[in-house]
Write a protein that binds this ligand. Structure first.
Ligand code: EPU
Length: 337
């Protein structure tokens, strides 16, 4: 168990590459370390650091989750249930499953971040969300230090939402998750246009989980910047969901507006389209900007500070609000102290 580090830069620990200093940093490799942390409830947990915007130095303890472990809970001929420590890297888990031909998370290849952060915001991509495979979440209650188990239903998943961002916010540290995957007769989801095109171009009639993963990796690499080369936190905003009446009015003035119906009878509008339509895509403002290939992603050109990125995000929100009367909600967690 290593000693806490004092006044450590978090630049390496957030994918935006923002250089803020934390007063005290604990590298968590075993859950029992939590017992020694003062004011645990006030601490800030970082997994892969891929969904945070650090706007200033952090005056409280930062806990960097490095817990590891993937093990089998149950297995039969058709399915396997894995238990995974929350500090594992999500994409490494996906690769482990592809290697073993376990199906269910291949569409979520290359999503940056840790396993523990995945249920927090119900990560999803190309027609799949973690809620589709998740069996449970185990989390440390930060008041009692006891481990509590949440079933899939108890996690109250929604689009980039869970109980851990709402009613249970700040009260738990997710310590492990369970996922149930197929070992044969995989139910592959290839309906997303870009995946269909990738498979058709290569004449894949019977794709494997590996083929889907390769397709997703190729698609993501073609439009999403690699955080190792250009700091970013993936989609900065959520895709807004609006009322059909609001959408119909917008359609009259902006006939080219894009949309998808939601199961609840509302209309989801791609935030990337809204942002691009207002001229932000590829636009650089100081050391930050909206990415040239995916307007929804804000980037750090190297020397940006979090405040600058936040100001750009607010300016984008305002222009979307003024033109379309749509409130863009930030998907990234903005850390203000
Ligand atoms: N679009 C534009 N301009 C852009 C970007 C998008 O017009 O610059 C429009 C296009 O019409 C496109 C549509 O938006 O057809 C959808 O774009 P895309 O397929 O790139 O997906 P997205 O809605 O922008 C969401 C997730 C991504 C996920 C992809 C694929 C959110 C907030 N984002 O993006 O997740 O990878 O779908 O499933 O839901 C993330 O959460 O960090 C993330 C990258």
């Amino acid at each position: 168990m290593s000693q806490p580090k004092i006044n450590l830069s978090l630049k390496k620990y957030n994918t935006f590459g923002l250089d803020v200093v934390a007063k005290e940093v604990v590298f968590l490799t075993e859950l029992k370390q939590l017992e020694n942390i003062h004011e645990l409830k006030n601490a800030m947990f970082i997994g892969g650091g891929s969904n945070i915007l650090l706007t200033q130095n952090i005056n409280r303890t930062v806990i960097i989750n490095q817990t590891k472990g993937i093990c089998t809970v149950t297995e039969d001929e058709d399915h396997i249930e894995l238990a995974i420590a929350s500090g594992e890297d999500w994409h490494q888990l996906v690769l482990h499953c592809i290697e073993n031909d376990f199906g269910g998370i291949e569409n979520m290849s290359l999503i940056p971040g840790s396993v523990g952060a995945a249920p927090m915001q119900n990560i999803g991509a190309y027609g799949k969300e973690i809620k589709d495979v998740l069996t449970y979440v185990e989390a440390v209650n930060l008041d009692t230090l006891s481990i509590e188990r949440f079933t899939n239903e108890e996690c109250e998943f929604g689009y980039r939402e869970s109980i851990f961002k709402k009613a249970a916010k700040g009260q738990y540290f997710i310590s492990s998750i369970g996922i149930r995957l197929t070992k044969r007769d995989h139910k592959l989801n290839t309906s997303y246009g870009d995946i269909e095109n990738y498979l058709a171009e290569r004449c894949f009639t019977y794709p494997t989980v590996r083929d889907i993963s390769n397709a997703v990796i190729a698609i993501r690499q073609s439009k999403l910047p690699d955080p190792a080369k250009l700091g970013n936190s993936g989609s900065f905003f959520k895709n807004p969901v609006i009322e059909p009446t609001h959408f119909e009015k917008l359609k009259e003035n902006f006939p080219e507006i894009k949309s998808y119906p939601t199961p609840e009878g509302k209309v989801k509008v791609p935030a990337g389209w809204l942002i691009e339509s207002l001229g932000w895509k590829g636009k650089r403002v100081g050391n930050t900007g909206s990415h040239a290939k995916q307007a929804l992603v804000l980037v750090n050109y190297g020397e940006a500070n979090g405040q600058e990125v936040y100001e750009l995000a607010t300016a984008i929100q305002k222009s979307v609000q003024d033109t379309y009367q749509i409130t863009l909600e930030m998907e990234v967690n903005v850390i203000t102290e």
